[in-house]
Design a binder for this molecule. Structure first.
Ligand code: FAD
Length: 215
């Protein structure tokens, strides 16, 4: 293992690999990711991979839109399939409050050029003829919704990062973190020690454990 890095990411789930990929795309070099097991060995392995576009926060909507656009172009960029499929979704309203929420989100989605349409029962039936429509007054049609394979998507992000020079060490558990007076970090692993200017804790469920190493 190299002895120095500008930035070390701890954790090879989708968050850690995505960060590595995006920093590499931004031109950061000297990036290292340390994963104690195999990539996607944590929560990422268990995820259903649903990629909805139905979010009350505008910023979260932007992230969801960016995510599905990214998942659709990553294979062409990296050669690694993500397993993304676009199928669209219909959510149903059975009262005015729910319809008001749909209308609010329709307006919010327009602001970021995200497809979101409030439709009536006839349009719902034409999109999905098997749906039982008793009591349904409207639907929210989000055609960009889909699902991805979380493991393949993470591998595609990792491949993209590696192609740009980032280094990933699997089977390398971080065992301790220590900050030097110059604020650099000494990252000890089961496989050697590495000094880094910046350390990112992307250990998911284990983030508390890794955070405690920093004191
Ligand atoms: C059943 C289920 C269904 C889900 N469905 C969806 C869904 O449909 N859509 C959606 O968007 N999200 C879904 N999620 C949520 C999604 O899976 C998580 O938000 C996401 O995977 C978290 O990724 P992460 O990279 O933060 O964490 P993780 O994938 O847990 O990655 C953390 C990594 O850190 C590593 N690590 C820990 N300690 C150390 C150490 N000391 N040294 C080195 N490495 C270490 C672990 O081995 C692990 O690989 C679902 C989750 C579950 C459990």
């Amino acid at each position: 293992m190299q002895s120095h890095a500008r930035l070390v990411v701890i954790g090879g789930g989708i968050a850690g690999c995505s960060l590595l990929y995006h920093l590499a795309k931004l031109g950061w070099r000297d990036l290292v990711l340390l994963e104690r097991n195999e990539l996607t060995a944590g929560s990422t392995w268990h995820a259903a991979g649903n990629t909805p576009h139905f979010e009350t926060s505008l910023n979260m909507s932007r992230i969801q839109k960016y995510g599905t656009e990214l998942y659709q172009r990553l294979e062409a960029e990296t050669g690694q399939p993500t397993g993304f499929h676009r199928c669209g979704s219909i959510r149903i309203a059975q009262d005015r409050d729910r319809l008001d929420q749909f209308r609010h989100l329709e307006g919010q989605s327009k602001a970021i050029d995200l497809a979101f349409e409030v439709i009536g029962p006839n349009e719902i039936r034409s999109l999905y003829p098997l749906m039982e429509l008793d009591g349904v007054i409207a639907g929210a049609w989000t055609p960009q919704d889909g699902y991805t394979d979380p493991s393949s998507t993470t591998q595609a992000l990792a491949k993209g990062a590696r192609d740009l020079g980032a280094v990933i060490h699997r089977r390398t558990r971080v065992t301790s973190l220590r900050q030097k007076p110059d604020r650099h970090w000494i990252v000890e692993t089961e496989d050697g020690t590495i000094e880094a200017e910046i350390v990112v804790n992307a250990a998911g469920t284990w983030a508390r454990e890794v955070g405690a190493m920093a004191g």
